[in-house]
Ligand binder design. Sequence first.
Ligand code: NAP
Length: 434
Amino acid sequence: MSTFRIAIVGAGPAGYFAAQALQNSATEDRDFAIDMFERLPTPWGLVRSGVAPDHPKIKTVAKVFEKIATAGNFRLFGNVELGTDITAEQLQSHYDAVVISTGSALGRKLGIPGEGLFGSLSAADFVPWYNAHPDFADLEVPLDCDTAVIIGAGNVAMDVARMLALEPSELDSTDTADHAIAALRKSSVRQVYLCARRGPEHAAFTSPELRELPKLEHTNVLINKAQVTDAQVRLGEGAEKDVRSNLEAMSLIAGLEETHHERTMHLEFFLAPQEILGNGRVEEMVFGINTLVNGEIVPTGETRSIKCGLVISAIGYQAESIDGVPYKSGKIANVDGRIEGTNMYTVGWAKRGPSGVIGTNKSDASDVMKLLVGDLATQPKQESDLAQSLVGHRVVTQEGWEKINAAEVAAGELLNKPRRKESKADELLKMAGL
Ligand code: NAP
């Protein structure tokens, strides 16, 4: 039996699915010893720090991750950062193959004047803030204004808009960070504008997300019926299934009986971000109004302005670059997941960019692990265990993580929540017994 040692860097869905694909490709003659490195004290990536707290069902995939982690021949090295605590060179020499699954953590920039003003944030900061990510616990989110503008028409923009427009007590039974629940409870935000630069038929939302909007018990949801009907007429029978379903969901919302809740979410289309105005902080969002001419989006030359105190852009992400790992155009440079000229591979958003749902990473990782396994030499390397060079470092092992997990779940039970997340890295390390 030959045991190949594989390092996986990044304990998010793509990393776990890569581990699972390797575990599934073990044979009588060949198996894999998997070491998963994660820079945070906690694993699960976006399942912990991205998925909206009011979507607990999506997080049940974590049970699959824990099964993979406890299947044997798997070690977790939490609180270990590639580029700081270990190098890509070390990994390449100690392991038969290295898998980079570090995701896309940086928010794309709008590149418009005023983007740097206080009160202008990226969803890449706001989302981990409400999800108790240690790096964002101290983020200043000005919620002392009546109106917030969210830019983008994808599911992240939708999550952000919902979090701001929900009645805060609806978050009490969720695993939203304590500091975010406290801040949202004090929030003055009552109008949330979700602004797309193109038409309803171009929106990147998926229809289940749209279809849950009418179920919001304490929020009015407004959408311009004429814009949706126009899109339906434009597309006629030729619309793709997903687009048709989205337009049906939007039409349903637009046709809802008027409600008179304190909070309102507005879905707006054809608004291209132009400038953020304000004296020291965000005061106004200026859009150029777009229109469709022969199927092309073109500016009308007119503008629309929304007075607001908070602007959150949710227009996509890019991967962070890592020392010693080739990087190109916001992703880890790769060909079908292979990082050429190395024994490194990449999966998930780091490989293909920020697209798809959690499950997309399963088939993606499985395809790349097939290549990895096919590329392996006939005999494993005989290097020493890299763990020896981490002696003295506060490493969160699987056992340590299970202690954190159990403590968070137990603290949550008392409050009728799935868990009460700790957002301070040092506290998390203490909970792990370190
Ligand atoms: P996304 O789906 O790619 O949406 C990005 C949005 O930003 C698009 O509407 C895009 O509009 C807009 N945009 C890009 N550049 C812009 C600019 N300069 N000005 C104005 N708008 C701009 O990205 P995402 O929302 O970050 O989501 C990432 C992935 O995670 C997606 O696959 C999503 O489905 C998934 N996700 C899923 C869930 C869920 O399942 N519940 C939740 C969250 C995220 P254009 O189309 O005009 O470029």
